[in-house]
Design a protein around this ligand. Structure first.
Ligand code: SF4
Length: 269
């Protein structure tokens, strides 16, 4: 049996489109090869399931912090110490809400200085300049803070993450990270609540956040809360393809590095 079979059902929409079967075993396909590569070369450190947001599109709804996850992350770092690791992803919930975040990031930096480390965060805690300074004082250019920003409008972003004041905090967090030369990736998940301002969002990035290393537009994966809130948040990429094209082109001509992730439609019923 394939050691990666547990992950074969990880993209039910694509599975259905390719094989009319939600739990399709994709052994031997390009998708399978890509995932095997990712699992061979990427170490994911899941620090906690706790979070300071409750996004309508969350694929993994927040839970009370379980210290076992943090201990397991430390154990993984022990096991890969002195090994040549290419990629590490610090993920969660929201990794910065637990006290051990700085320790884990510091260990990644010292023990794997050449590894690409992605930190998936909503950036709210980086609004505290002392917290940011502590985490950024010794990071190198291989550390990338991947930050979700869902709108240029406060009320829209805050509605999507179900937490008032979140966009203000996230934006101030991004500026603090930039002050300490952190590399930043902006992730914009396209939903029914924000799809009609893609061009305005692109302009907002140009005016206020032109210093980021990478900008990503993503469509929704319908898992957990995103699935529960499907009527409110889901939109078929076909509906916004022209607006997305315009937004991406406007960023590209300004010299931004832009990517589009996960743009498959749901199968029609
Ligand atoms: S998607 Fe939102 S609620 Fe879920 S972990 Fe990320 S920031 Fe927290």
């Amino acid at each position: 049996m394939c050691a990666y079979q547990a992950y074969c059902g990880a993209d039910p929409v694509r599975n259905y489109l390719e094989s009319s079967n939600i739990i399709h075993n994709m052994n031997g396909t390009q998708f399978c090869d890509k995932n095997k590569y990712i699992f061979d070369y990427l170490y994911a450190l899941m620090l906690t399931e706790a979070c300071n947001c409750l996004c309508l599109i969350c694929p993994q709804p927040p839970k009370k912090h379980d210290p076992v996850l943090y201990s397991a992350a430390l154990k993984v770092l022990d096991l890969i110490k002195n090994k040549d690791i290419e990629n590490i992803c610090i993920t969660s919930g929201e990794p910065t809400v637990i006290d051990g975040f700085s320790h884990i990031l510091g260990r990644c930096n010292v023990e794997h200085p050449d590894a690409n480390v992605s930190i998936l965060t909503n950036a709210k805690r980086f609004t505290n300049i002392d917290f940011t300074k502590k985490d950024c004082r010794c990071i190198n250019k291989k550390k990338l803070f991947c930050i979700s920003i869902h709108s240029d409008i406060y009320s829209t972003h805050d509605k999507i993450v179900a937490s008032r004041g979140s966009l203000k905090s996230a934006q101030s967090g991004i500026y603090n990270l930039a002050k300490y030369n952190a590399d930043i990736e902006i992730r914009h998940v396209i939903t029914r609540l924000n799809y009609n301002r893609l061009h305005e969002f692109a302009e907002h990035m140009y005016r206020y956040f032109p210093f980021c290393a990478h900008y990503v537009f993503m469509s929704i994966g319908l898992h957990e809360l995103a699935d529960k809130n499907r009527d409110m948040v889901y939109i078929d990429p076909y509906e916004y393809k022209d607006m997305l094209r315009k937004a991406v082109i406007s960023m590209r001509v300004k010299g931004f590095l832009v990517s589009i992730y996960n743009t498959s439609s749901l199968p029609s019923t």
